[in-house]
Design a protein around this ligand. Structure first.
Ligand code: NAD
Length: 498
């Protein structure tokens, strides 16, 4: 059986803890690898390597640092098919979807290639008599990223590409469910010319995470995962004075106005609700039709489409979506459907009994669709993270606007309408971090920033885009005056710019 160790100091090293986690192939349900779970000492070895390598990398000019990323982009393109297949086999998503996972990560690496420009400081000549002021951005040193199972290529790249471009050394703790692609990406960064020790991958569970959080040499931590863990990471990281940005779970609503193009909206809901088996933080999990006529028309069209979803193994290029990541995930999602039925929601399509012929041990689930879901139900309040869409009927626009605004989560939201006035009002007023107008999954492009509000994001600054450079650097401001600008005599009151 394949074992996955750690990537420390520029090479794969075996795990020494004797503790391993199973890495499944969700489409067959078989265990295909064992991933080592690091101890505190193994994490510390990675930090020592990173600390030793960082000063020289931080002093390397930004153009040279960017060139390593440019080469990395080329190498990922070379290995695209191989990486996508490995990703699909460990995660369960289909190969075309796995390619998208890699592509959205690469776009952030492309953005980070602009680091010579992005890291430029500011300069003011003559801020006072003979006084010039300038600011510069400097790397933090050693920083870390802790990432979830659902985007094993994209989210690690969102973290390490800008951090490394800024001159930091990076410790990545990917999800223990699908560690293969993060390890392969680290090897490609080395092949691209990154010095050993600048990108380390430490596989593990809570023990490795806690070691990261408590390590005084790690200056910042970027986390993506579920909200309770995001909040825990945020609070514990603060105890050692780290910067922390921790992105959590989601309950993304789609508002369907009476004037929306219903066929386009149904296409959008089917893709955004059930793609990747609903295991996306930007999946639409709640549809809110406004008015009874809109709701009835929507349900008439949605039901046959959910019933017709094509579920298949990850290697079937014609499948709409593949299995869930683990048996536990499958059982948790099915349990939520049971809860919804008990709570009194109408289960319009029931996918709980779905079996994939020839893959009976895989973690498959058919699409489920609930109607008449209400605000007080657990299936509305909690994140399900599976192929389940809940329809909450709103009487009017004001009620529809209040639903995502008052919800605990605030990651993404969408409105479907032809009315520019309503769309503009919604975008301005809704209390959610990312908004789509006739766009169901409004993941901002790499040169904008990504981040949710409320329980979907703890800490300051978003991921990727200009915020990533702010997060992974500290600003120093220099005020200078040369002898020709100095007045005679000492000044005892606070200096003012005259
Ligand atoms: P998770 O919270 O279980 O795990 C995320 C990371 O935290 C993993 O690396 C894991 O090893 C670690 N971890 C898990 N339990 C821990 C504990 N008790 N102590 C310390 N570390 C722990 O999340 P997941 O199941 O891998 O991913 C799915 C979740 O991620 C969903 O809630 C989804 O919405 C969210 N997500 C959010 C975004 C976003 O940008 N907001 C993006 C993708 C996924």
């Amino acid at each position: 059986m394949r074992t996955v160790g750690h990537f420390i100091g520029g090479k794969e090293v075996e795990g020494k803890s004797g503790r391993f986690a199973d890495v499944f192939e969700p489409m067959t349900g078989e265990v295909k690898a064992k991933v080592a779970l690091a101890t505190k000492a193994e994490l510390r070895a990675a930090v020592e390597n990173a600390k030793a390598a960082q000063p020289e990398w931080g002093a390397t000019n930004p153009q040279r640092r960017a060139r390593v990323l440019m080469k990395f982009l080329e190498l990922v393109q070379r290995d695209y098919d191989k990486l996508a297949e490995l990703l699909a086999r460990e995660h369960g998503k289909t190969i075309p979807d796995a390619k998208g996972d890699i592509q959205r990560g690469l776009e952030v690496a492309e953005f980070a290639c602009g680091i010579p420009h992005l890291m430029k400081g500011e300069y003011t000549e003559g801020a006072g008599p003979g006084i010039d002021i300038y600011s510069m951005r400097q790397p933090l040193g050693v920083v870390a990223g802790i990432t979830p199972f659902n985007f094993p290529a994209m989210i690690p790249m969102w973290k390490f590409a800008p951090a490394i471009a800024c001159g930091n050394a990076f410790i990545l703790k990917p999800s223990e469910r699908d560690p293969g692609v993060p390890m392969a990406l680290a090897a490609l960064m080395l092949e691209a010319g990154l010095p050993p020790g600048i990108l380390n991958v430490v596989n593990g569970d809570k023990e490795a995470v806690d070691a990261i959080l408590d390590d005084p040499d790690i200056k910042a931590v970027g986390f993506v995962g579920s909200s309770p863990i995001a909040q825990y990471i945020y609070e514990r990281a603060a105890q050692t004075g780290k910067r922390a940005q921790c992105f959590g779970g989601a309950k993304n609503h789609a508002i369907i106005m009476p004037d929306a193009d219903i066929d386009q909206t149904v296409d959008a809901l089917i893709g955004a609700g059930y793609g990747s088996a609903g295991e996306r933080c930007m999946a639409i999990s709640v549809a809110v039709p406004v008015g009874k006529a809109t709701a009835d028309a929507l349900m008439d069209k949605l039901i046959p489409r959910v019933e017709a979803l094509k579920i298949g193994p990850s290697t079937d290029p014609t499948a709409d979506y593949g299995p869930l990541v683990t048996k536990e995930a499958l059982e948790r999602v099915k349990n939520y459907v049971d809860i919804g039925v008990k709570e009194g929601a109408t289960l319009a399509v029931d996918g709980r009994g779905f079996k994939m012929q020839g893959y009976e041990n895989g973690f498959y689930m058919g699409g489920c669709l609930f109607d008449n879901v209400t605000k007080d139900m657990r299936i509305y309040k909690e994140e399900i993270f599976g192929p389940v869409l809940s329809v909450v009927r709103a009487h009017d626009y004001a009620e529809a606007l209040s639903l995502p605004s008052d919800h605990d989560y605030g990651n993404g939201v969408a409105i479907f309408t032809r009315d520019g006035d309503a769309a503009r009002d919604f975008a301005a007023k809704v209390n959610v971090g990312m908004v789509g107008i006739n766009v169901p999954i409004p993941v901002p492009i790499a040169y904008y920033t990504f981040g949710g509000w409320k329980k979907s994001g703890f800490g300051d600054l978003n991921q990727h885009g200009p915020d990533s450079v702010r997060f992974y650097t500290k600003t120093k401001t220099v005020t200078s005056r040369w002898p020709s600008g100095v007045k005679e005599g000492a000044e005892f009151s606070i200096p003012l710019m005259k």
